[in-house]
Design a protein around this ligand. Structure first.
Ligand SMILES: [Zn+2]
Length: 88
């Protein structure tokens, strides 16, 4: 049983770890670099977690902005009344 080389595409033994022609390592990157792969997975999950937290904080900011806007309109309403009193 044979497989194609990852680099030069010649037929090599399916169990061969290194191509006899070009010396390219045929094993999966994750198998060759288990530590780097696990760190990469942690970074990806960390980024996904940051995005989820960012989305949650963004929605809470929208709520704060909305309530703040309500407060501003409340102040503007009372300021309007005060200005009307000043005009009278
Ligand atoms: Zn090769």
């Amino acid at each position: 049983m044979t497989k194609k080389c990852r680099s030069c595409r010649i037929d090599i033994d399916a169990k061969a770890r290194i191509c006899p022609n070009c010396r390219t390592d045929q094993r999966n990157w994750f198998v060759r670099h288990p530590v780097a792969a696990s760190i990469l997975v942690l970074i990806i999950f960390g980024l996904i977690g940051m995005v989820i937290v960012g989305m949650n904080s963004g929605s809470s900011n929208q709520v704060q902005t909305y309530s703040g806007g309500g407060g501003n309109s409340f102040i503007q309403e009372h300021m309007g009344h005060a200005l009307q009193h000043l005009r009278l």
